[in-house]
Design a protein around this ligand. Sequence first.
Ligand SMILES: [Zn+2]
Length: 251
Amino acid sequence: MQLMTCFADRKRNTTSAHQLQQNTTILMAQPITFDHAQARQELRQAYIDSLDLGPMRMNIASVVYFPYCDEDFLFDSKTAMEVLFHDAELPRLNIYGNAFEDWKEADFLSSLIDHELTHVQQWISPETRNAVLLPTRLIKRINDCRESRNWTRRRLDGTVRSYQLAISLLEAAMEIPAYTHQITDGVYAKKVSNYRVEEIRYILSKYSALTEAVRSTTGLTPESIVDDTDSACRILKLNVKTIDHAIRGEY
Ligand SMILES: [Zn+2]
């Protein structure tokens, strides 16, 4: 709102060059708040650029606002922000319109600073880096399966399902620490809205149930997928029905 006032002042013919310069200085000095960015789409990138991501920023190629997330599903939850990983490049952090729609500032910052930066840290750490990069390779395998002439057979034998389960397990291994950090020891842990905390607890319960269903039926953990992807996927494939049953029982 203060931004608007400055522009309105500048429109008056009586404004001297000196006043004009002063107004411009005030305009530049005024930080763009979350409320400004929420109200006006065109301020969102500037708001994002004004946030201090600390030393972690040098490990991120770009932090960019996009009005829409291409992979939103009509009836599923909407992606607010995400880190995209690539084998040979620094991660990219995308923030979508959804992040400005229902959240309060603390929920936004909690998601950005406490959650997404945890994923960047997982990419940096040698212990977790392979788990972060593996899902992209498994998605490629799924696509290869679908393009192959054996697709009809493959579709029925559990191969794709085993890759999907492997991806979900790896996702659980990465998401559980990020969500837990948000509601326990994260910088914004005490400020996150109750609504968001409940949502996070629900997501955590789903990921834990999945991990437990796979562990109790096959003995596999997310680490097993990273250590020997082919063997783990073979075991998942042989146990698809049992795992599905366990997941349904747990949920
Ligand atoms: Zn995440």
